[in-house]
Write a protein that binds this ligand. Structure first.
Ligand code: RVP
Length: 501
């Protein structure tokens, strides 16, 4: 006879946190959100930690190099989507690893023989007012001058005037030497009252520009997640089919951590993949696995060597796996059981394998609930898809700005490896939808509001960090009637504010 689980499959909206004693120290500004990303032994620190407990979903519509840069600069990490050619994924990883905060590769360049007309066209096309003038017109060519808005007057100058006649020539430029730090570059900018400092190598080739405004932004990112060489951390999704080719290329590109991406990770394919990577490349190569929804799945992947385990089947906003295949579990129930399994495994082996709650976060308070229920960190798709930094188009739909957001199991993504159960290589039926989400602006602005809310909830609960939250949160189930009480009720609300969900 089939086994029936005793608990009901529940989701975040069915729970609330009970306030604890808020002490004087427990103000939001004292609360820490650091979280372990990979496994560690009792008494040791995790070799990689997040500064905020968020990672962006392994999805075409969420995590490319731009998202990865923005998120790492704000303390989290992106897993760059694996449903693309190996080389293009490796290239995205490389872009994140070679990104130097404040050092910008010039993407508006011309030669001295171009004309003012070309300058104006380029400025309009690229949106950049500072143009590098190089011998061959490339971003890394020999620097011969720069052109900014101060060098010409559109209304007076002849559009056919050559760049060499009005550029600021190299002999008059203040430059920085390749290799200097951002602080040294900034000192030069201040000393010479510059807006932009070209950085050149010994052969006078242009490497970067440093802009005054970017340095100021850099100082505003105290949470930045970087390695010992001050390079941003980045992850990448992999699958259980082409890992022998994909993993070495991602490692060459400098990836810091990988995650096997599957809607159902309780499989021998994942074990084979983990074993292969660890034996071919060494224990120091970090790989997460998943997704699972119960103790058995967690223990299996932890024993197979996963560095973290991802939890969740069917709870994603764009996911229809539960409808299509009838498999899955309420995200809260899954998380509670897997967190208990993680603690049991830690007790038994002395190895702490972090768990990631993946999918189904709608409200900001769901994040605190997930962390209180035992998630070490959270993976989100819909949340990040709404921002400027996600790779998808922003469109006007019925008078509102929207961003596109589609599932990896949709016909649009055709990520068959994620739903692969062996056998034929075709995605036979869709497990995800193609959708819109309300456009929300810049990642940094939204993240700051979310983190503020999380800290405020933690302060109400009287906890100072995420461990404290896991250990001491008091959580209650709510009845459907009391859910109604949780929103504005029995009043006529004046303005029709939309929620961030
Ligand atoms: P959400 O944050 O609720 O949008 O969920 C994102 C998660 O949904 C992803 O991290 C992934 O686990 C899952 N996903 C991605 N594509 C699909 C699908 O097409 N079914 N599901």
């Amino acid at each position: 006879m089939a086994k029936y689980l005793e608990d009901i499959s529940r989701t975040f909206s069915e729970y609330l946190l009970i306030p604890g004693l808020t002490t004087h120290e427990c103000s939001p500004s004292n609360i820490l959100l650091k979280a372990p990303l990979v496994k560690f032994r009792k008494g040791e620190q995790a070799p990689i930690s997040l500064n905020v407990p968020f990672v962006s979903a392994i999805m075409q519509s969420v995590s490319d190099h731009n998202m990865a840069i923005a998120l790492a600069r704000n303390g989290g990490l992106s897993f760059i989507f694996g449903s693309q050619a190996i080389e293009s994924q490796a290239e995205m990883v490389r872009k994140v690893k070679t990104y130097k905060a404040g050092f910008v590769v010039s993407n508006a360049n011309l030669t001295p023989d171009h004309t003012l007309r070309n300058v104006i066209e380029l400025k309009e096309r690229s949106g950049h007012g500072t143009i590098g003038i190089t011998e061959d017109g490339t971003s890394q060519g020999k620097l011969l001058g720069i052109v900014t808005g101060r060098d010409y007057r559109v209304t007076r100058d002849d559009p056919d005037k050559k760049v060499k006649e009005f550029m600021t020539p190299f002999s008059k430029l203040i430059t920085g030497e390749f290799g200097i730090s951002i602080t040294e570059a900034n000192d030069i900018i201040w000393e010479h009252k510059l807006n932009c400092l070209p950085i050149i190598d010994k052969e006078q080739n242009l490497k970067y520009f440093v802009f005054r405004k970017d340095y100021e932004n850099h100082k505003e990112n105290p949470n930045e997640l970087s390695d010992d060489n001050m390079k941003l951390l980045v992850g990448a999704g992999i699958n259980t089919r082409d890992y022998k080719e994909r993993v070495p290329r991602l490692l060459e590109a400098g990836v810091d951590i990988m995650c096997i991406d599957s809607s159902d990770g309780f499989s021998e394919y994942q074990k084979d993949t983990l074993h292969y990577i660890k034996s071919a490349f060494g224990e120091h190569v970090k790989v997460g696995a998943g997704n699972v929804v119960d103790r058995d799945g967690f223990i299996y992947l932890a024993e197979a060597g996963a560095d973290f385990v991802k939890v969740g089947v069917g709870g994603g906003s764009i996911c229809i796996t539960r409808e299509q295949k009838g498999i899955g579990r309420g995200q809260a129930t899954a998380l509670i059981e897997v967190a208990a399994a993680r603690d049991e495994y830690f007790e038994k082996t002395g190895i702490y394998v972090p768990i990631c709650s993946d999918g189904g976060i709608v409200q900001d308070y769901h994040m605190v609930l997930a962390l209180a229920m035992g998630a070490d960190f959270l993976m989100m798709g819909r949340y990040f898809a709404r921002f400027d930094e996600s790779p998808t188009r922003k469109l006007m739909v019925n008078g509102n700005y929207m961003k596109e957001y589609w599932g990896e199991g949709s016909n649009r993504a055709r990520n068959w490896q994620r739903y692969d159960m062996g056998g034929s290589e075709n995605l036979k039926f869709e497990e995800g939808v193609d959708s819109f989400v309300p456009y929300a602006g810049k990642l940094k602005d939204n993240l700051n509001i979310t983190l503020g809310k999380i800290k405020s909830t933690m302060s109400s609960c009287g906890v100072m960090d995420l461990n404290d939250l896991k250990r001491n949160a008091k959580i209650t189930l709510v009845s459907s009637t009391s859910i109604i009480e949780g929103g504005a009720h029995d009043v006529v609300v004046k303005d029709n504010r939309s929620t961030n969900g």
